[in-house]
Ligand binder design. Sequence first.
Ligand code: ADP
Ligand code: MG
Length: 319
Amino acid sequence: MGEFELIQRYFCSDELQPARRDVCLSVGDDCALITVPTGKQLVVSVDTSVAGVHFPEDAAPYDIGWRALAVSLSDLAAMGATPAWFTLALTLPEADDPWLEAFARGVSDLARRFGISLVGGDTTRGPLAASVQVHGYVSPGGAWRRNGAKPGDLLYVSGPLGQAAGGLELALSGKIPADSGEARLLQSYLRPEPRFDLLSPLAGRVHAAIDISDGFLADLNHILKASRVGAVLDPARIPVSEELKALFGEEKAFEMAITGGDDYQVCFTVSPKRRLELEVCAEQSHLQLFPVGMITASQGIQGLDHFHRGGFDHFSGKN
Ligand code: ADP
Ligand code: MG
């Protein structure tokens, strides 16, 4: 199968290229041609997933496709952007039909949820890797940046933490999930969900945001550094699921929640004046948000040492 035939067969489906009026020219020419909505800012990000580094070599092709798109989309979601278009640069050791079919289905199942369109890409031979570049838009000034947190802001996370770290341990052990709780952990790692459902309840209310890809403390630190502030955490309010505690014990589950990566939840700050309206909007959207602390003028992260008898000193925000 030639490169062009491969692209035609797997990456030109209606599922991957839903009709969008803003796409003037899609896959097939030297470049795609897109009309950016009038008065909006374009938001762009790219992420590469390499076999054996960002996902296990033997992961299912459906999950590899889903995840490659999901981790890129998560950056748009954490910026408060509306997703619209994406490109895919795929490096493959060989053109394997069932593999490509399942990979493309993983990508398109997620893409279809948000009506986003694959407008181009590149296909090369080599060790398995997928780069997804995502494009979205925001109203000027509406993006949720990392540098906007203010002392006194409330700090929230959008869902339970450590789920993907638990799922990765399950995946690496090769253990078949024993119950629905373990299956949820595995799902969190293999098929993360970009949190575009936060967009409407949070729009106009967020001071700073980041998606949790490297781990809660590591990513919170990016907000704190960029905003030149600190935070005091309330460890008892950090959401840790019952299934994570059941599988790993309370102490390890907590450590996974604050340090484990790959969750793709969003961590954000909001002025305390907006607390009530935020919580009302979240409830109307059937969303659960978790307040986990407060932004402080003094730098570093406080509040963890009491909780675990001083065991978390090394996470005090100095890395
Ligand atoms: P060029 O040599 O101009 O880069 P290519 O042969 O790489 O062109 O690609 C031909 C067309 O197919 C281009 O429009 C490109 O965007 C698209 N394309 C290539 N690979 C992919 C892919 N994996 N997914 C989507 N579109 C692709
Ligand atoms: Mg090319």
